[in-house]
Ligand binder design. Structure first.
Ligand code: NI
Length: 627
């Protein structure tokens, strides 16, 4: 990639690469793919001239080694993602600024080397001094020593704004006269004291190895088959996910699935915090920030790792060793029945295949875990953990917008709204989505006793109509069905998207974040597949005024019946922080399920062996329950 662009004379001394991503090959090629066949490989690089701020998109044909497309980015369409080197650059600029130095001195800080200047994407507010500029905002945190966790010592009321191209510190706001909290927030063994000794070991052994096979990036496990991919922006991607019923033919379920975007808007109106709304995928790149699980994975059992390759700021390849973890987990009972007439019991254990990665973006750590179950269910679980982002106030302060979670440490309310992109292919290419509610029936001639309830099924036929909220009181779910493929009951094969709904975006419709993160105002969007529509807030959410993404694309109001469809599903926690979230937050889980719903002819896990294998380790006569 880099070599082709150098050859083409497009890479100068000050050129950097905020993003380098493979482009998906056309679906016709993907569907026709057989091992060994050549598939077209193209990649898109975003180039930023850090001397002038000019940005461009290049498309390179990697097979031909040729630059095939070049497009300058127009002003006002958003900035490319934040470069790693800009973390240091913004901090260095702020540290050198006399106004910032004066603000720290005023607070009694003379040693600036221990101050951590956090590089934060600025949102978009069309402030005149930011127009046309590539900007980061910086909040400051102190450390008592180099290993000290900075997040425990926020410098309240101090905000610097940096122009990354000119190197100018545009402004320094210094409005806080609040002491910096001094209690440390470290949680390593040295700081929390001796670990408890009461937990006896649990050992997971797989004496005969794993039940999956991996060939290249293709995984086969029980009735599942899929391919694993990875890119700098979304991290883990799944491709050609297929399920076979009773060892029959594999039928497609999903063409491609990914964590395409997320937004973390904060609910505090303070002048130094109102703008916080990080798009961690599009502004910081989840995959580029992925953990190498060599350094800590802690999954139990026999683990298979995949390495990932991303591009650095110079478009040189960087391998992240063991970025993706895959293993099997026992998951309790899958199905069971005791015959009350004979006392005979049939019970089978559930097991799931876990494919996951973790990314660390500043204070937060996000794990994205895809689970495949023996009954055809797919689940995505997002794990939010790490350190809650705090400001400070006089101890005992009560605020409507923040909770005191340690003395003087105020954690603002905020949301983590994830958007999964699910390029569905349920039993074939042409799908239709139905919204299914469960509703009671008014008392009347058909329902004289008032007990009746039923389901209502509403096809989502156009994009303008396919922008939906979940409704837990109606058990709302969405069915993705295929009229061309029928089960033994003559019904279309289908998968059901089961949401786990929480609040959507709580910012007001007039707030700029509501336009920029319009995707987060609904739990579900359905669109007609288009190769160019990859990211729900658009390709450049950084400083984007809100002129790209789902709300813009769906103005075309494309017809959705029996078409190639993409589902965009929004979910995630709304955080009102607790003392228990400090100094490191226990995992907060969110996610959704995709369940077969007439995709199979019957329970596809009848042929599981009974629990003999799992009982083998129990002392004779002491374990008959299989739990
Ligand atoms: Ni949070």
């Amino acid at each position: 990639m880099r070599a082709v662009l150098v050859e083409a004379g497009r890479v100068g001394e000050s050129t950097r690469f905020p993003s380098v991503l493979l482009l998906e090959p056309p679906k016709s090629e993907v569907r026709a793919f057989t091992d060994g066949a050549l598939i077209s490989r193209r990649a898109q690089a975003v180039l930023l001239d850090t001397a002038t701020g000019a940005a461009a998109e290049a498309v390179v044909d990697l097979v031909a080694g040729a630059l095939v497309d070049w497009r300058e980015l127009a002003p006002g369409t958003g900035q490319p993602a934040v470069l790693f080197e800009e973390y240091d650059r913004s901090a260095d600029l702020v540290r050198a600024d006399p106004r910032w130095q004066a603000a720290l001195r005023r607070r009694g800080v003379e040693d600036f080397s221990l101050a951590f200047v956090a590089p934060l994407s600025p949102g978009f507010f069309d402030h005149p001094e930011e127009r046309g500029r590539r900007v980061l905002r910086a909040l400051t945190f102190l450390r008592d020593h180099v290993e000290d966790s900075p997040w425990a010592h926020p410098v309240e009321g101090l905000l610097a704004k940096v122009d990354l191209i000119s190197g100018e510190v545009i402004s320094v706001v210094d409005e806080g006269d609040v002491p910096v909290p001094h209690e440390h927030g470290n949680f390593d063994a040295e700081h929390v004291g001796p670990a408890r000794t009461t937990l006896k070991p649990i050992e997971i052994t797989q004496p005969d190895g794993v039940s999956f096979t991996v060939e290249g990036n293709e995984v086969t496990w029980e009735n599942w088959r899929f391919r694993v991919g990875f890119n700098a922006r979304e991290g883990l991607t799944l491709h050609r996910v297929e399920f076979a019923e009773n060892s029959g033919e594999h039928r497609p379920v999903i063409n491609r699935a990914s964590m395409a975007e997320m937004v973390v808007p904060y609910g505090d109106p303070a002048p130094w915090r109102y703008w916080i709304s990080y798009f961690d995928a599009g502004e910081y790149l989840l995959g580029k920030n992925a953990n190498s699980l060599k350094l800590g994975c802690d999954c139990l059992g026999v683990i298979h790792y995949f390495d990932a390759v991303v591009a650095d700021d110079h478009s040189n390849p960087v391998t992240i060793p063991q970025a993706i973890c895959m293993h099997e987990e026992d998951y309790g009972i899958l199905w069971k029945h005791t015959n009350i007439l004979t006392g005979a019991t049939e019970v089978r254990r559930s097991r799931r295949l876990v494919v996951s990665f973790f990314a660390t973006i500043g204070n937060y750590d996000y794990g994205f875990f895809w689970y495949f179950y023996l009954d055809g269910t797919i689940q995505l679980e997002a794990k939010a953990t790490g350190i809650v982002f705090c400001g400070s106030a006089e101890p005992g302060t009560v605020s409507p917008y923040a909770a005191e979670i340690a003395p003087g440490l105020m954690a603002p309310v905020h949301q983590h709204l994830f958007c999964a992109r699910l390029d569905m292919e349920v039993a074939g290419e042409r799908n239709t989505v139905d919204e299914v509610d469960v509703v009671g029936i008014p008392i009347g001639p058909d329902n004289p006793y008032g007990n009746a309830f039923t389901t209502t099924v509403t096809p989502l036929t156009r994009e303008s109509q396919a922008q939906r909220l979940a409704d837990p009181a109606r058990g709302r779910s969405w069915l993705i069905r295929n009229e061309d493929s029928r089960n033994r009951l003559g019904k279309p094969r289908a998968y059901q998207l089961v949401p786990n709904p929480g609040p959507t975006l709580l910012a007001q419709p007039e707030a700029t974040v509501a336009t920029r993160a319009a995707f987060a105002t609904k739990h579900l969007w359905v669109t007609r597949h288009d190769d160019a529509e990859r990211f729900p807030a658009g390709d450049y959410p950084n400083q984007n005024p809100g002129n790209d993404g789902l709300a813009v694309w769906t103005r075309a109001d494309r017809e959705l019946t029996e078409e190639d469809l993409v589902l965009w599903h929004v979910f995630g926690p709304t955080h009102v922080p607790r003392p228990e979230d400090w100094p490191v937050m226990p995992v907060d889980y969110s996610g959704f399920m995709l369940r077969p719903h007439g995709f199979c002819d019957r329970n596809p896990a009848l042929d599981l062996p009974d629990g003999t294998a799992s009982r083998a380790h129990c002392p004779p006569g002491q374990c008959a329950c299989n739990h």
